[in-house]
Design a protein around this ligand. Structure first.
Ligand SMILES: Cc1cc2nc3c(=O)[nH]c(=O)nc-3n(C[C@H](O)[C@H](O)[C@H](O)COP(=O)(O)OP(=O)(O)OC[C@H]3O[C@@H](n4cnc5c(N)ncnc54)[C@H](O)[C@@H]3O)c2cc1C
Length: 358
């Protein structure tokens, strides 16, 4: 059951930086922080993925919208909160790491033209979008954009190219069974057509500094933001060891294998490991098989010296999160984007679950 919506404005202070902002009645803490220009981490905006988890040091919150699905009972009892859903019920002091890199990059709505549309594999379409007025557009590798649809609906897609790689925004769009927008992209969207987007969004961006080795784990089209991040790291001539794991059902789903293999051939610090979850007998002879996060753990049972970036379907993210933290990866060095369905769909699913069958 949703909790009652708090009816007064409240003041929130961040324990680390001392920065503060006002939250309007009924507004989520994350929305107010973004309005105030603060860069707090987030991804799904539905309470499912846990990217926006913060620690309440003083005060209390309510969840009048979606329940905090990504929060375990014990975490909630220990004062943790999901800021994309939490509304202050009092003034608050919060501890959460800010993402300095995205501070000051304006989030804008703009029209983009479909400059190219090309099938990468059976169920993944590449779109190249060009700002319709050719205006300059700033974003960081790993960020995503929202396609704005009628009735306030929006659909999120990661930008698959680093900003320095071309003047288009490239998307890798997987066709979702029963999915309104992705089916439209495959069946009807034409070259030259104009779409309205909001961007850049998200905090799944490379964190600079340190010389720790990096694991980059993608599931399916979760390869899109990983590709942009790798392009950026290679452009910066990073000396850090990079190990890309790309999980897919079959080899035909690894739609940019040649690119990964060419990175591996030309950069001695980069390794690429494809992992198939539904391999045929023939594929089993040539490829690692099983859940992709298990391949990571079998290579690196102790992740305490690593940074990990992962993106892809929610079950992969959830499994990776649990397993990697159990393998000694500090939670603040685990960065991820969970490819959840849009907030309107998730809210409908959560409502339907709460009501139950019949
Ligand atoms: C940060 C982020 C980045 C992402 N990046 C990518 C990316 O780079 N590439 C990519 O392929 N995907 C990405 N995704 C996932 C992508 O946003 C979804 O696949 C997309 O929103 C699906 O849109 P759709 O309109 O086709 O499907 P929807 O119409 O939203 O439907 C999704 C599914 O839910 C079902 N459904 C819809 N409404 C209801 C309802 N009311 N009750 C029950 N079931 C319902 C549909 O039948 C379908 O199976 C990303 C997601 C996030 C959050």
């Amino acid at each position: 059951m949703p909790e009652p919506t708090p009816t007064s404005t409240h003041h929130v202070q961040l324990a680390g930086s001392g920065k503060s902002f006002e939250v309007a009645a009924g507004e989520t803490i994350l929305a107010a922080a973004r309005r105030a220009g603060l860069a707090l981490p987030y991804s799904c905006l539905s309470g499912s993925c846990g990217s926006c988890k913060g620690q309440i040091i003083d005060g209390s919150v309510a969840y009048p919208y979606n329940p905090p699905e990504a929060l375990k009972e014990a975490e909630r009892a220990a004062g943790q909160a999901l800021l994309c859903q939490a509304v202050p019920a009092s003034d608050l002091t919060l501890a959460i790491r800010e993402v300095e890199a995205i501070a000051g990059i304006p989030i804008r709505q703009l029209m983009v033209k479909v400059a190219a549309k090309h099938r990468l594999c059976d169920d993944v379409m590449e779109l190249k979008l060009l700002p319709a007025r050719r205006e300059a557009f700033k974003y960081l590798p790993g960020q995503y954009l929202d396609i704005l649809l009628p009735e306030g609906k929006r659909r999120a897609f990661s930008i698959a190219n680093a900003p320095s790689h071309g003047d288009t925004l490239d998307l890798h769009i997987r066709r979702v069974a029963g999915g309104g927008f992705t089916q439209y992209v495959f069946d009807e969207l034409r070259l030259g057509q104009v779409l309205r987007i909001e961007a850049p969004l998200g905090t799944f961006v490379p964190r600079e500094g340190g010389d720790r080795p990096i694991v980059l784990m993608a599931g399916g089209t979760g390869f899109a933001p990983i590709k942009a991040i790798v392009e950026h790291l290679l452009d910066c001539h990073t000396q850090r060891a990079l190990h890309i794991y790309w999980g897919a059902r079959h080899v035909s789903d690894l739609y940019l294998e040649d690119l990964c293999r060419s990175w591996q051939a030309t950069h001695s610090n980069l390794r690429y490991t494809p992992v198939l979850s539904e391999a045929t007998a023939l594929e089993r002879n040539q490829y690692r098989c099983g859940p992709v996060h298990e391949a990571v753990l079998s290579d690196v049972p102790d992740l305490s010296r690593f940074d990990v970036y992962m993106s892809g379907p929610p079950p992969m993210i959830e499994a990776g999160r649990r397993a990697f933290v159990a393998a000694k990866l500090p939670e603040d060095r685990l960065y991820y984007d969970s490819f959840d369905y849009a907030p309107d769909v998730l809210a409908a699913l959560i409502r339907a679950r709460a009501v139950g069958p019949g």
